[in-house]
Structure formats: C-alpha cells, structure tokens
Design a protein around this ligand. Structure first.
Ligand SMILES: Nc1nc2c(ncn2[C@@H]2O[C@H](COP(=O)(O)OP(=O)(O)OP(=O)(O)O)[C@@H](O)[C@H]2O)c(=O)[nH]1
Ligand SMILES: [Mg+2]
Length: 208
C-alpha cells in the first residue's frame, strides 16, 4: 500500500527542469564539494561559450546562473539543485588566455579532479560555440570522456547566430574535428530555446 502511494507521488512530481532550482554553493576546492546526495550533470566548455546561459535556459530561469559580460567569469564549480532531485554543476570555462598561469592551473586541476573522481557524476554536457572550430581542449575533453566511458552529450550552441545552412555545415565540421556521430550531439540556442527539449530528453536517459 505504502509503495503505491510513493509511486503516485513520484508520478505527480514535475520534471526536474520545471521545478524550483536553487543555488547551493560555489566550490573552489574539491575538498569542499557538497555531500554526494543527488545525481549530477556537469556543464563544461571553453570560456564564454554559453554554459551558464544554457543552464539558465534548461531550468527556465533568466538569471539564476550568472552570465558573463567578460569571459572567464565563472571560476568555481557552481552547484544548483533542481527540484530537490539533480545537481547541475556549472564548471569554470577552460582556455581563457588572459587568466594568470597559476590560477589557470588551479582551475584546470579543479575541473579535472572533479571530473575524474566525482562518484555521483552521471553525465557531462560539453558545450561548443557552433561558430568555432574544435579546439585542442575540446578534443581532449571529448576523447577523455570516451576513454573513461563517462556518458556525455556535446552541444553546439548559439545556433541563432547562423543561418540553417551554415549551422549544418559547421556541425559537420565540428563532428569531423571531434570524431563525433550526429547522434552524440545536438544544436542549441539559449536565446530561442531551440534544442532544449531534445537535450532534456537526452539527459534524462543518463539519470537514474
Ligand atoms: N545569441 C546568443 N548568445 C548567447 C547564447 N548563449 C550565450 N550567449 C551569450 O554569450 C555570452 C557568454 O555567455 P555565458 O553563458 O556567460 O558563457 P559561459 O560559458 O558561462 O562563460 P564563462 O562562465 O565566462 O566561461 C553572454 O553574452 C551570453 O548572452 C546563445 O545561445 N545565443
Ligand atoms: Mg559561466
């Protein structure tokens, strides 16, 4: 009987992206990660590609995650709890040249130690600006995720900046540069919301 009630409750729960999302913590050191209580989805990509904007779009909040006017704004692992169910982890952008070397090494250390050792991490969303070419760090991240067999989705974002034909052409180039099949990536715009439902569907496949 109890089981049935629990089941009914679960069915009534809104999807995690539609519930309330709250900021939990900014983490600068892996020793200070929050308790591993929820499955986690991490958002990675070069500086300024639109990681924070993508997270805001997924959870229907315009400004919960700070969007940069200057690249390199997000320097910590920012944890957001969606619907009391999933941690969304906005990672610092990689590859921002103007950051002092020492700080840069600390950041990369923070990102890589999180990615390699975080037990509840279920999926990494790798975000790439559709107008760019595949950069060495994007390639490294994608091949590392493949090697580790960590589930990931690649998102080519800011598609609103290109016409349809150009989008397809750029997507082909990026696929070739990263060694991806079209099923492993999708096109997205944080401005128009295009690709959002598809991305949510893909992420749900990776969650328990
Ligand atoms: N047109 C358009 N602009 C976007 C899109 N996504 C992000 N932007 C803009 O790109 C800039 C950077 O966006 P952020 O979301 O802060 O990027 P980020 O990857 O989180 O940046 P860092 O935290 O600095 O690494 C902002 O000016 C956004 O408004 C998009 O899909 N379309
Ligand atoms: Mg950001």
């Amino acid at each position: 009987m109890k089981q049935n009630t629990e089941y009914a409750k679960q069915k009534l729960k809104p999807h995690w992206s539609k519930g309330n999302t709250v900021f939990v913590d900014s983490v600068y050191n892996t020793a200070r990660l929050p308790l591993a209580q929820y499955p986690e989805i991490a958002f990675a990509g070069r500086s300024n590609v639109g990681k924070s904007s993508l997270v805001n779009k997924l959870i229907n909040r315009r400004k919960l995650v700070k969007v940069s006017s200057k690249p390199g704004k997000t320097q910590a692992l920012n944890f957001f709890l969606a619907s009391d169910a999933v941690y969304l982890v906005d990672l610092p952008g990689y590859g921002y040249a103007k950051v002092p070397k020492k700080l840069k090494n600390d950041w990369q250390g923070l990102i890589s130690s999180y990615l390699t050792s975080r037990e509840p991490l279920h999926c990494v969303v790798v975000i790439i600006d559709i107008r760019h070419s595949a950069k060495p760090q994007d390639r490294e991240l994608v091949s590392w995720l493949q090697q580790e067999e960590l589930p990931f989705v690649v998102v080519y974002t800011k598609i609103d900046k290109l016409k349809r034909g150009q989008q397809a052409k750029q997507a082909d180039l990026l696929d070739a540069g990263l060694g991806l099949k079209p099923a492993q990536r999708l096109l997205f715009s944080a401005k128009t919301g295009e690709g959002k439902e598809k991305l949510l569907g893909m992420l749900d496949q990776f969650l328990p």
